[in-house]
Design a protein around this ligand. Structure first.
Ligand SMILES: [Zn+2]
Ligand SMILES: [Zn+2]
Ligand SMILES: [Zn+2]
Ligand SMILES: [Zn+2]
Length: 177
């Protein structure tokens, strides 16, 4: 069965063997899809579990650049478009941000979608701190450790949870910007 490109209308992913893995690539947008188990066969990229807890609370995007579809919305609040889906199981893909690039993760089958160029940017990144897309800014969060309320730019994210400056674990990333 053909797997659809999550981003492009009427475009199927073509199988591509990039030793040692089999991926799907889109001829139009040049994104790459790593189905279940494929990503973790790459030794020089961070493991998929580095992204999963952030993915479980992350918003999705629709096909239009820059649009976010938060978990409580069924369609994009800006354009009414559907959130992009997993090429294999149809689950909405969760948009995760790391210091190297943004990526889309399927929380169900743990597949990973990378826009063109993302694969290269993750090379050699061993311990990226991943956070859900769209957090930060002026939204406020509750510290997972002490429950104090923290403003977006002052909050820190670690494995999908938020922390205040005092409680942040080593390696937590600032949501500033
Ligand atoms: Zn495409
Ligand atoms: Zn949209
Ligand atoms: Zn899936
Ligand atoms: Zn705290």
């Amino acid at each position: 069965m053909a797997r659809p490109c999550p981003l492009c209308e009427n475009e199927s992913l073509r199988p591509l063997h990039v030793a040692p893995v089999d991926v799907g690539t889109c001829a139009r947008c040049h994104g790459l899809w790593f189905g279940r188990g494929q990503w973790d066969r790459l030794a020089d990229r961070p493991p998929v579990r580095a992204f999963l807890s952030a993915a479980r609370v992350a918003p999705s995007r629709c096909r239009k650049p820059g649009h976010r579809v938060s978990t409580e919305h069924r369609v994009c609040p800006t354009c009414q478009g559907a959130p992009v889906g997993c090429p294999e199981c149809g689950q909405r893909l969760a948009r995760v941000v790391t210091s190297a690039c943004e990526l889309d993760v399927c929380p169900r089958c743990e597949g990973i979608w990378l826009d063109a160029g993302g694969f290269e940017r993750l090379e050699g990144v061993t311990n990226p701190q991943a956070r859900p897309a769209g957090v930060g800014g002026t939204a406020s969060h509750r510290c997972s450790a002490c429950a104090v309320e923290v403003r977006g730019a002052r909050a820190f994210a670690y494995e999908g949870d938020f922390y205040c400056a005092r409680c942040r674990p080593p390696g937590a990333v600032t949501l500033d910007g």
